[in-house]
Design a protein around this ligand. Structure first.
Ligand code: SAM
Ligand code: 2KA
Ligand code: SF4
Ligand code: MG
Length: 209
């Protein structure tokens, strides 16, 4: 990569852009509401069930000037969701401050595995056992969304919920490929622990991005 481009990516003024799309937030607290998604490439957390493995290698996604990302996003929606890949792989301050300058609501989907950069109106933290969140993000999270792939993930969810703030919204989301097995466990858990809510990947049922 050109040294000048690399420097801009290091600073967060250019980002490896995988895709951007206007859709309905399919998961978690804001489910069912329109939002423009920006999917930034690059993730080395390595969840074996990840539904966007194509995002992992940043070199396969073109370094893109954040100005053009912001102009595009602002023409579609007042709510912008930054996802990936793992967006916190990169310095999110330049992108989020440019979005805030346009008075947009800025949300992130993150594993929390890398330092929290950027200014966020909504942080959805989805912790992963294989690369745990850094301690700093727990108290900042507005939403904790734990993916349930097996029974042990329910105990993991409980332990993670001890680390977030008292007004953090708690969600359990079945891993897509095992949802038939996990939904009964999740529904029983939520009935016994009503501070939790069920999150489904509703966009996959709606056949939208
Ligand atoms: C693809 S990730 C990108 C953002 C960030 N790397 C993260 O994991 O939070 C977006 C969301 O999808 C969830 N997710 C990924 N694969 C999934 C699957 N197979 N089933 C259910 N949720 C999944 C993640 O846990 C995360 O909440
Ligand atoms: N519609 C829709 N909602 C989503 N919520 C989180 C997503 C993500 O991949 O981060 C996602 C996604 O990919 N599509
Ligand atoms: S952290 Fe997110 S993007 Fe990275 S592998 Fe896990 S689910 Fe996929
Ligand atoms: Mg997704």
């Amino acid at each position: 990569m050109d040294a000048q481009i690399k420097e801009q990516v290091d600073q967060g003024t250019m980002l490896p852009l995988m895709e951007e799309f206007y859709t309905i937030q399919g998961e978690g607290f804001h489910t069912g509401t329109a939002a423009y998604f920006i999917r930034v490439g690059g993730c080395d957390v390595g969840c074996h069930w990840c539904d966007v493995k194509e995002s992992w290698n940043p070199d396969t996604h073109p370094p893109t000037d954040i100005k053009s990302i912001v102009d595009h996003a602002a023409s579609y929606s007042n709510t912008i969701v930054i996802t990936g890949g793992e967006p916190l792989t990169w310095n999110m301050q330049p992108l989020t401050s440019a979005l805030k300058d346009r008075n947009l609501q800025v949300h992130i989907e993150t594993s929390g595995a890398y330092p929290l950069t950027g200014t966020w109106d909504w942080i959805c933290l989805s912790p992963k056992k294989i690369k745990m969140p850094l301690p700093e993000i727990y108290k900042e999270a507005h939403e904790l969304k734990v993916i349930v792939y097996n029974k042990h993930d329910l105990a993991f969810a409980k332990a993670e919920s001890q680390k977030v703030s008292s007004n953090c919204q708690l969600f359990l989301q079945p891993e897509w490929s095992v949802q038939e097995k996990m939904i009964p466990l999740i529904t029983d858990f939520v009935m016994e622990n009503p501070e939790w809510r069920v999150s489904l990947q509703t966009h996959k049922y709606l056949n939208i991005p």
